[in-house]
Unconditional design. Structure first.
Length: 143
């Protein structure tokens, strides 16, 4: 029963996020009316390049909250060439960002839990993409 309720809440949240995203896309699309395809593409690329996470790979994660009794928080983990950032889904500005010099360690706790140690903080994420996250972090740290 709890699983069914959790699944129902998740479906509702996904519907809300989908509707919100679609509304934002339609609003931006209206601003492009009257432009030719090349102009619209150039405007889009110029806009996207302004985003702090431009070029980052985004992963859906659940941040395990540290306060007792608080549930996990759904976030995007953005891994880019210069930093790892945390975003609320759909929000352009990161909640927090960590340059690679601040990351002391990272790794899989198990097949669905990823740990990121940043200075004196340990962040635990639940995700189905543990291996992909670790591989990408290894690639950026090696270069």
């Amino acid at each position: 029963k709890q699983r069914a309720e959790r699944d129902q809440r998740l479906r509702g949240r996904l519907r809300e996020e989908g509707a919100s995203t679609m509304a934002a896309i339609v609003e931006k699309w209206k601003l492009l009316q009257g432009m030719g395809r090349p102009e619209a593409m150039a405007a889009y690329v110029a806009l996207v390049r302004e985003w702090p996470g431009f070029g980052s790979t985004l992963f859906d994660v659940d941040l395990r909250a540290s306060p007792v009794g608080a549930g996990p928080q759904r976030l995007w983990l953005g891994i880019g060439a210069k930093a790892v950032s945390l975003y609320k889904p759909g929000e352009p500005e990161p909640l927090d960002s960590f340059c690679y010099g601040r990351i002391s360690s990272f790794g899989a706790s198990d097949s669905s839990t990823f740990r990121l140690s940043v200075e004196d903080r340990d962040l635990l994420f639940e995700t189905s993409q543990v291996d992909e996250i670790a591989q990408l972090l290894n690639t950026y740290l090696a270069s």
